[in-house]
Design a binder for this molecule. Structure first.
Ligand SMILES: [Zn+2]
Length: 56
């Protein structure tokens, strides 16, 4: 099973979330098309929320 959310900006191929490049034309992904970007973003949001709750 593969969740394909983002389309390649070069060829329009639906890309897997994992990996750094398009599976069809091997163009490098944009930052927001990478799973790691969202993982880091969610972790930072969680840390920010925890700090907010701790300080208020
Ligand atoms: Zn592509």
């Amino acid at each position: 099973m593969a969740i394909r959310v983002f389309r390649c900006s070069d060829c329009g191929h639906r890309m897997r979330l994992t990996g750094d490049t398009c599976g069809y034309c091997h163009a490098p992904k944009l930052p927001h098309q990478r799973l790691e970007f969202w993982v880091v973003l969610l972790v930072l949001l969680a840390i920010g929320f925890a700090l907010y709750m701790a300080l208020t």
